[in-house]
Design a protein around this ligand. Structure first.
Ligand code: ADP
Length: 632
């Protein structure tokens, strides 16, 4: 059975009304009953005493005369009182004079004095019969109290009937009460349940009265209104929070995407040296699962040794300084590594440094490669200096040989010519031709030796200080050396005004002479047209020597600068050293030389040279050494 507090209000009301009505009726019925019983008993006592006196007075004569018959008749009058069970008139000696007993009940024994005695649900009434105040006998009555029980039963039935009628009335009135009280409460309860179920706080309960229920409905509606506005605020705050969360997630995703694509690892640490965040690159690099990094002390993640190596930089960044460093540290998980790091301090809202962001690159391989490069460089330098030494030896040898060989060659030539002059007529047949060949070979060898001397002689100039050389003057000298060839070929030479260059004049004469000489030598069927143009390019001077000669196939553009490399055999005289000399001169003074040409389309030799130095006074004021030497 459900406890009272859990049953519906409607039933509660009904039970309360019924219980109250029943209780009131019961109490009033009970008090009425008690009162009536008490009153009735008193009344009965008085009545029985009066009855006993009347019978005693009426039977005085009969007792005095011992007239049993008339005493019996007096007692017979008690027939009208059905609750009198027995009545006896006793003589003074206690013997029965007359008795009345309709139901065969025994009279109580006589008593010397009158009065009432209650015994076993009956009343015994005693009365002395006196004649002129002298007792002549006794009267005893036995009265049944069943009348009281009957009255009680009657009253009980009455109360029950009233109870039933009032209960029915209470049930009827509870229906009306339900309409007035319970229905609005039920409606309110339904509204509350609906709100709880749907969380729709826009619902409002209907106010049906101005009593406490009306106040309750108003309070309920006010509560709904405040919940609704708080709900709206909450929803807005929730939406804002979700948006902020989405933005934060987006920013985080982007950060991770960016840091994932970076070659270097990125971390963020707090003032307490704990890692707040680390890019995936960092966990991959340290060979640690990402979950074992964030929130951990840096010393625990990288090991005490590595932490000690980084500590000085950490102290500096926490002092607010941006720190860039390269250091070798022994990491707990990956061993000794060279790292290049940049630490940037991060600041809290109050401006105080609350940690730092680190960008870290593992430069171990780079450092090893650098060490290898340094070692290779050292070896190359050793090799270079030994090559330079043997080159120098070779050049010195070539220089000395080409110089010293000229003398015996001159003797061969001179004596061959002397032989022809002296014995020319006597020489028969092929002998003269042989001697001509000797002279020709000796001359070619002389040219070769002279060119070789010029080539190796460039190095010999190494000790002489360089000077500003007017290339216009050098060009004029070159042209004068080539006067015969120019005249013979009908060559036309046009030139821009040329700048000055730092170096030795003889070298620049040789450079221009070789280029112009080749333009004449390797001419086409047309008379040579040679143009010398000058300009500037990227802080250098650029000089071009173009001709309308036979041109050079692209595959030989590099090879023709190699000493003794020739493309035309003996048809056109030459030693194959001219362009090698040009290259050597240009490169010795810090420039480059190359050719642009096609077969049959002429050639353009281009060389660059550094801009000539400013005049001596300016150079001195710029701190330049007064006796600068060629970079040979
Ligand atoms: P050479 O003594 O043979 O002229 P160079 O070193 O001066 O030696 O030239 C090398 C070769 O380059 C020449 O044999 C020639 O074939 C080619 N050469 C040089 N200059 C020209 C030019 N202006 N036109 C065509 N070919 C050239």
């Amino acid at each position: 059975m459900r406890p009272f507090r859990d049953i519906p209000i409607e039933r509660k009301l009904l039970v309360a009304i019924l219980a109250t009505t029943a209780l009131a009726l019961l109490l009033s019925g009970l008090s009425f009953l008690v009162l009536d019983t008490v009153w009735f008993r008193q009344q009965l006592r008085r009545d029985l005493s009066a009855l006993a006196r009347i019978i005693a007075e009426n039977s005085t004569a009969a007792v005095a005369f011992d007239d049993a018959k008339s005493a019996g008749e007096t007692l017979t009058a008690l027939r009208e009182r059905p609750h009198v069970l027995a009545a006896c008139i006793y003589r003074l000696d206690g013997s029965v004079l007359a008795s009345y007993s309709p139901a065969g009940q025994t009279c109580p024994p006589p008593r010397a004095f009158g009065g009432l005695v209650l015994r076993g649900g009956r009343i015994e009434v005693f009365q002395t019969i006196a004649l002129k105040d002298r007792p002549v006998g006794h009267l005893a009555l036995l009265y049944d109290l069943g009348e009281i029980a009957e009255r009680l039963r009657l009253y009980g039935l009455l109360v029950l009937a009233v109870l039933l009628i009032s209960g029915a009335i209470a049930v009827r009135s509870s229906v009306r009460l339900r309409e007035r009280i319970v229905a609005p409460i039920e409606e309110l309860a339904r509204d509350a349940a609906h709100v709880a179920e749907t969380r729709d706080y826009t619902i409002r309960a209907r106010k049906q009265s101005r009593d406490e229920l009306g106040v309750l409905v108003e309070s309920f509606n006010a509560m709904l209104f405040s919940i609704q506005s708080r709900d709206d605020d909450l929803r807005k705050a929730l939406a804002d929070r979700e948006q902020a969360l989405a933005q934060a997630k987006n920013a985080r995703d982007q950060l991770e995407m960016i840091t994932d694509t970076m070659a270097s690892a990125v971390t963020r640490c707090g003032r307490d040296h704990r890692l707040i965040w680390a890019s995936r690159q960092y966990s991959r690099w340290l060979n640690l699962p990402p979950g074992q990094i964030a929130g951990q002390p840096l010393a625990g993640v990288i090991g005490e040794n590595a932490f000690a190596a980084l500590r000085p930089f950490i102290d500096r960044v926490l002092a607010g300084e941006r720190v860039e460093y390269e250091v070798e540290a022994d990491f707990k998980t990956i061993g000794p590594r060279w790292i290049r790091g940049t630490y940037v301090p991060t600041r809290a809202a109050n401006g105080e440094v609350d940690g730092w962001v680190a960008e870290l690159s593992d430069i171990t391989a780079l450092k090893r490669a650098q060490a290898d490069v340094v070692e290779i460089n050292r070896q190359l330098q050793r090799l270079n200096s030994s090559l330079a030494r043997s080159n120098e030896d070779l050049e010195r040898f070539a220089y000395v040989a080409s110089h010293d060989l000229q003398e015996p060659l001159r003797i061969v030539t001179t004596y061959s010519q002397l032989l022809i002059r002296t014995y020319g007529r006597e020489l028969r047949g092929e002998a003269a031709a042989f001697i001509d060949n000797i002279v020709d070979g000796a001359r070619r060898m002389q040219t070769l030796l002279a060119d070789l001397l010029a080539y190796t002689g460039i190095s010999a100039e190494i000790e002489r200080p360089v000077e500003n050389v007017d290339l216009n003057a050098a060009l004029e000298t070159a042209k004068s050396h080539l006067k015969a060839a120019i005249a013979e070929s009908g060559a036309q030479i046009a030139s821009d005004p040329l700048p000055s260059a730092r170096g030795h004049e003889g070298h620049f004469v040789s450079l221009l002479q070789n280029l112009i000489g080749n333009a004449i030598k390797y001419r086409s069927a047309d008379p040579p047209r040679i143009r010398i143009a000058a300009g500037r390019q990227g802080g250098e001077m650029r000089i071009e020597v173009s001709d309308n000669g036979i041109g050079i196939a692209p595959e030989y553009h590099q090879k023709i600068f190699v000493p003794f490399k020739r493309l035309h055999g003996r048809k056109i005289p030459g030693s194959g050293i001219g362009l090698a000399i040009c290259q050597r001169v240009v490169e010795r003074y810090g420039g480059r030389i190359w050719v642009e040409s096609q077969v049959g389309a002429g050639s353009k030799f281009i060389f660059t040279l550094p801009e000539a130095a400013p005049p001596a006074r300016e150079a001195a004021s710029a701190g330049e050494a007064p006796h600068e030497r060629a970079a040979l």
